[in-house]
Design a protein around this ligand. Structure first.
Ligand SMILES: NC(=O)c1ccc[n+]([C@@H]2O[C@H](COP(=O)([O-])OP(=O)(O)OC[C@H]3O[C@@H](n4cnc5c(N)ncnc54)[C@H](O)[C@@H]3O)[C@@H](O)[C@H]2O)c1
Length: 462
């Protein structure tokens, strides 16, 4: 297969099409920024499967799927052809896979999973035998205000894919779901197994659970060979800065404070994207059809503690665990502290030293004034699950391991956003607000009230 980019009724030369797409879609990515970035993939490699040849990855220009697209294309250059299928929604970037454009076993297809013509055309044109289905509206915050879009893409779009997959006799359909389908897990509860009931609490999670029901029904009614994967939070380079880690890093790099929803106490578990790519590679090669696999991390942290960790990684407060110890970690060095220009922009209250300050503060010795300068609060989501917790024993039994510690992964991620965050997706200003809204493909800023204290807490002197 030679590299092609397919756009219905569009131009044919790969680079010309890439440029056309960027301009026609209003993309503002700086041309060529991808050339400066490291090529990031997972670490696993298996004996190629004889019945897998042409793999379609939906949502391939988005965050997690682009890690898998790069991983599969570069790890199995002679065994698998990889076709990235993406609508190029607001959160995507062709920069995520631009490094593959000269690879013979890679192609990009601009298509919409809710359009059966696009899906069938891609399946037939590339003789697809395996589908990884990642494409989705993936941002919980947006789902409170744009819930029809979530149902349309995540439920109807999955239905279109399933029906099309049935039509062409697909051999493997790996459906990417989320730990959010289980709903909230209490502090003292056990980690959830794949057999636990689904009890989603927000429109995003509900749409993902509904999509799973359709997958299940196609397995039963039509013997569609499917696997369902439920992952906890994934983080790393290439994630659109609407999610907490890249958003907070980009805000701090602009010398702006981060804004927590509610009191910042909800916790999440985080898995580095390279480990997630390994999980999907493992499930492709060793997973059993008809099964469900949780993908879980050991690293659980509250939003407030995470904010402080990012401040430390940026060199703004003390407490950074910035060592380059782990041999299994991605290669990266500690990011430099804020430059003098960044500090100057930040003005008073910037504490770049470790263990700053006397008086009230936190366990790392950061004084309250410094934290108040950098951490603000706004109202919470309509409902915010306190935590999620899945048990990944079943996946580990296939040989998968979480290799990247949170400290190492966070260091790599913060460093990447400081270098490329402002250029990768074009102007990201509007998405950096606490609760941005979406109008079509356009992200709009919100004007939510922001305070120095969590809602309901009054600060000294107020
Ligand atoms: N990010 C996480 O932490 C996380 C955790 C668990 C599960 N997931 C799931 O993993 C998948 C990928 O998540 P992500 O965070 O990488 O998402 P993302 O938002 O970065 O990417 C989604 C991609 O899907 C594409 N897309 C959206 N609608 C489409 C449509 N109608 N047709 C074709 N393409 C379309 C977008 O253009 C984008 O490239 C999603 O299914 C999500 O539910 C994500």
């Amino acid at each position: 297969m030679t590299m092609t980019i397919t756009i219905p009724n569009g131009s044919t030369s790969p680079n010309a099409v890439a440029n056309d797409l960027c301009q026609a879609q209003g993309f503002l990515e700086e041309y060529g920024v991808w050339k400066e970035a490291p090529v990031l993939i997972g670490t696993t490699k298996f004996e190629p499967l004889p019945d897998v040849k042409n793999i379609m990855v939906t949502g391939g220009a988005g965050f997690i799927a682009s890690w898998l697209v790069r991983h599969l294309t570069l790890t199995y250059p002679h065994a698998y052809n990889v076709i990235s299928f993406d609508k190029l929604d607001y959160c995507s970037s062709l920069n995520n896979t631009m490094v593959l454009n000269d690879r013979r076993n890679f192609a990009f297809y601009q298509g919409d999973i809710t359009d059966p013509r696009d899906v069938l055309d891609c399946l037939e044109r590339y003789n697809i035998d395996t589908i990884f289905h990642f494409a989705a509206q993936s941002h919980v915050d947006l789902s409170f205000g744009n819930s029809y879009t979530f149902t349309h893409t995540n439920v109807y779009g999955t239905h279109v894919l399933l029906e099309s997959a049935k039509k062409v006799g697909i051999k493997r359909f790996i459906h990417v779901s989320t730990d959010e389908v289980y709903g909230e897990v209490k502090d003292d509860d056990d980690d959830l197994l794949e057999s636990s009931i689904l009890a989603p609490t927000n429109p995003y999670a509900a749409s993902k659970a509904a999509a799973e029901m359709l997958v299940h029904s196609y397995q039963k009614s039509f013997k569609l060979p499917a696997i369902i994967v439920r992952s906890n939070n994934v983080y790393g380079p290439h994630q659109y800065p609407e999610k907490i880690i890249p958003k907070f890093t980009c805000l701090l790099a602009r010398s702006k404070p981060v804004v927590l929803h509610g009191d910042g106490s909800p916790t999440r578990r985080y898995l580095f994207a390279g480990d997630a790519a390994d999980a999907f590679d493992t499930i492709l090669h060793r997973g059993q059809l008809g099964q469900i696999y949780n993908v879980g991390s050991h690293d659980e942290i509250s939003n407030l503690a995470l904010a402080k960790k990012i401040l430390a990684q940026m060199g703004i407060v003390g407490g950074a665990s910035c060592s380059s110890s782990s041999s299994s970690s991605p290669s990266a060095s500690c990011p430099p502290p804020l430059s003098s220009k960044e500090k100057e922009k930040a003005g008073d209250g910037v504490d770049t030293g470790a263990g700053a300050g006397a008086g009230d503060g936190d366990d790392n010795g950061n004084d309250a004034t410094t934290l108040t300068r950098w951490i603000k609060y706004t109202h919470d989501r309509p409902f915010n699950d306190h935590r999620y917790a899945v048990d990944a024993t079943k996946l580990r039994a296939l040989g998968w391991r979480q290799r990247t510690s949170f400290d190492d992964g966070l260091r790599v991620t913060v460093d990447w956003y400081r270098r490329f965050g402002e250029r990768w997706w074009g102007d990201i200003s509007k998405v950096l607000t606490p609760f941005p809204v979406l109008a079509g493909r356009e992200v709009l800023s919100d004007h939510e009230p922001v305070s120095d204290h969590p809602p309901g807490v009054t600060g000294r002197g107020e």
